[in-house]
Write a protein that binds this ligand. Structure first.
Ligand code: BDP
Length: 570
């Protein structure tokens, strides 16, 4: 999946801005033909969640309608024209000039439609109906009425058009996809490149790799729609967190001496593999320091905000984090691009959080998870920063869960056998998916939900449990979540739950346990920042306060401790 690009052959227009918007609490829009355009809309910012943009209706989850008028750039006349949504939560129906364009299910991942035969040169009307209501059949699913909204997961179910909507034009014949697989032999980097093209006769491809003062080129006639080529880079500059070296891979499709399509992709040469109880990057063991996070910010909700992305990377750098997990759903394309550029290691997770795996919904959950991992791998396969796929966070245990994850794991490996796969779990030794996943990720809250207020007892349990798990599977373990809710400015001696002292001691002692075990390869604190969630008796102000930064990104006491521990470690 190629992200839209601007060059001599490709163009895009970003439709971000103020759109027209209307809630539809009686679900009458379809019956009243809002599909062809609606009246009495109010302005709304796109991209952003709708929930916190208005004074009222925060918890209204849908349906709601968006519309926008736009013109097609004149020079796009004979091109293939697409519309691409970066992420819409949760169901969406897209119409252009009154005609159905498509229906999509699932937030946090892109989808796109060809609209060449529907777009007109002037006065196009795009109408999108979005429905974010929770359901047992959705992934992630609805939960029990202990929460309001009734989520089966611990983050606010923000709704709306969350990432940019791009209108783009590409040549009718040309390049459709690029897959790059790096490997290393001594000081040589090898890039196996697969190109997918459509409709090309008598065409050639020029493949070149530029960077660090050198340029390597390879030319070949296009024989099939899938074309495989290899580039060898002597004395290659490898990609790693300390020196995130990126090359430019440039693909040009040439027909009758004219470049009819081209694309430029940033690539990093690195390998990632599990050996014994270690995770090796470029053949050397790595230790992950960092966080489970959320895409969450006041007012914009789960919407894409470039400045927040920059700030978060800057804070992660300040604190000495080298990695994060995209808990509990894929993050924006821009977040991933910057991970490559700034040298962060990413555990890339599909939105399979709180899976119930109940008999009546398991089939649908499997279909959706299959769809999600397929699109995620298509989207993120070329990022050197992505070191692992995560198939779920804390699925419920069921008779069928082993089978469920086996199928999903096999599918993942078919799509990409170059990265380890994990399932993030709370079941400990009983987790069936740990039998085949290469890395074991565990979330633990002894000293918080269990053994409240008793960090020493918590750490003993943690230590024993990790040893048992390792004994059983002999695989590397990441402590993928641990943390304590902390009200900024709340202090106590002796340290009590909710105080800054308690969070600091909790994190310090958990980290001591991790570092005493040679098979533990990473410590990810939950969470980087406080974040919005549903209302419930354990969530004051519908906020999860386990952040080491506040929701507006100010450090708590624990942030300074982590900075010390992580700067020493990395
Ligand atoms: C973990 C979940 C995470 C929650 C966290 C918590 O994976 O989504 O936010 O608990 O309770 O089990 O803070």
């Amino acid at each position: 999946m190629l992200y839209p690009q601007r060059n001599k052959n490709r163009h895009f227009v970003d439709l971000s801005g103020f759109w027209d918007f209307r809630f539809d609490p009686d679900d009458k829009g379809v019956g009243e033909n809002w599909t062809k355009g609606f009246n009495n809309g109010c302005p709304i910012a796109v991209p952003a969640s709708w929930n916190d943009q208005f004074a009222d209706d925060r918890d209204f989850l849908g349906p709601a309608w968006y519309q926008l008028k736009f013109m097609m750039p004149r020079e796009w006349d004979k091109k293939k024209i697409m519309i691409r949504f970066g992420s819409v939560n949760y169901l969406s129906d897209v119409r252009l000039n009154g005609e159905v364009v498509g229906h999509h299910e699932g937030g946090h991942l892109p989808f796109e439609y060809e609209i060449s035969d529907k777009i007109v040169s002037e006065d196009n009307l795009l109408v999108v109906r979005v429905d974010g209501r929770l359901s047992d059949n959705h992934v992630p699913p609805r939960g029990r009425p202990m929460n309001n909204p009734q989520t089966n997961f611990d983050f606010y179910p923000f709704c709306g058009i969350h990432r940019p909507v791009l209108l783009y034009a590409i040549p009718n014949e040309g390049l459709r996809d690029i897959t790059v697989r790096p490997s290393i032999k001594d000081t040589t980097g090898i890039l196996d490149v697969t190109l997918e093209t459509v409709g090309l006769n008598d065409a050639y491809v020029n493949l070149s790799l530029k960077g660090f003062g050198s340029e390597i080129t390879n030319t070949s006639k296009i024989e099939l729609n899938i074309q495989k080529m290899t580039l060898e880079v002597k004395q290659a500059k490898f990609w790693n967190p300390e020196t995130p070296n990126l090359y430019d891979l440039i693909v040009e499709i040439v027909k009758a001496d004219t470049i009819i399509d081209s694309y430029s992709l940033k690539v990093g040469i690195r390998t990632i593999e599990v050996k014994g109880d270690k995770l090796l990057l470029n053949g050397k063991p790595i230790y992950l320091t960092g966080f489970g996070r959320h895409e969450d910010f006041p007012i914009t909700g789960r919407g894409y905000v470039p400045a927040v992305i920059i700030k978060d990377y800057s804070l992660m750098n300040w604190i000495g984090a080298n990695s994060f997990r995209t808990s509990h759903y894929p993050y924006s394309e821009q977040m991933m691009e910057l991970a490559d550029r700034l040298g962060f290691l990413v555990i890339d997770e599909i939105p399979a959080v709180g899976l119930t795996l109940r008999k009546d919904v398991i089939e649908r959950q499997q279909e959706l998870c299959d769809q999600f991992i397929e699109v995620l791998i298509k989207r993120d396969k070329n990022h050197p920063s992505v070191i692992m796929w995560s198939l779920a966070n804390e699925p419920h245990n069921s008779l069928k869960s082993g089978e469920f994850f086996r199928k999903l794991y096999d599918k993942t490996k078919d799509l990409d056998n170059t990265r380890p796969v994990t399932v993030v779990n709370m079941m400990g030794v009983k987790e069936k998916a740990f039998e085949f996943c290469e890395v074991l990720c565990i979330n633990r809250y002894y000293g918080w939900y269990l053994q409240p207020g008793n960090i020493d007892e918590a750490c003993e349990l943690l230590s024993k449990e990790m040893d048992n798990l390792y004994e059983k599977h002999r695989k590397p373990i990441i402590l993928s979540e641990f943390g304590a809710d902390t009200i900024p400015g709340w202090h106590s001696q002796p340290p009590e739950m909710f105080s800054e002292e308690y969070q600091t001691e909790f994190i310090k002692k958990y980290i001591d346990v991790c570092r005493s075990k040679p098979y533990v390869i990473g410590e990810h604190v939950w969470n980087m920042c406080d974040f919005k969630t549903s209302q419930g008796i354990t969530r004051m102000g519908s906020t999860n306060y386990k952040g080491v930064f506040t929701r507006d990104r100010r450090p708590k006491m624990a942030a300074h401790l982590l900075r010390k521990l992580w700067k020493e470690k990395n």
